[in-house]
Design a protein around this ligand. Sequence first.
Ligand code: SF4
Length: 217
Amino acid sequence: MKEKINKVPIYAYLIKNSIYINTTTCCSNVCDFCIKFYATGVAGYDLTLDAEAGVEETCAQIDALISPQIESIVFCGLGESTYRLDFMEEIASKYKGRGLKFRLNTNGHGNLINKFDIVPRLSGFIDSVSISLNAHDKITYDKLCNPAFDGAYEAMLEFCKNCAGRISEVYLSVIDMPMVDIKKCRAIADNLKVKFRVRPYIAPEIKPDKCGACDKS
Ligand code: SF4
């Protein structure tokens, strides 16, 4: 990790017309391509955290950024937001009724992490979910993402299936990498009747053996 340049931890940050919430750095995957293993954040923001944000500190930063131009609040960051379901729900409840869209970027392990089906709760406050498919099959997924859970690939697909029809907008996303068969990935999304998104690959400088960002993975 590069040296921290911001003195105040960033819990909410602005990209275009969205406010992103830096929910956690914990994750149940250790993806070879994850930005957190070779950079401190995105779009010039240092998103490393010594401790997870509380609702109050996060709302204070959201309030400082919010304006009539803001269209959505996105739960994202350098980790897996579904580790903090209550936190997300509370943040959403504070800003609902303002015409904002609530989005979640997730690795799709939320049900394994929380040990129950979180989709009914998510569908109460999330309008759009983007799930990282990452690979066309389990073998490739395990190689690329090093999941903490057995059966993570299947659980991610099951999570996607549960979201479809319950959450207004559902995406499966992949990174355009040589070992990923984009055609097969697109077919998986089509089969699940969800939208499909391909993201460009940015080669990391270092590849991790393990995450080490928290004790949850
Ligand atoms: S799912 Fe992979 S890319 Fe996303 S935060 Fe976790 S390790 Fe990083």
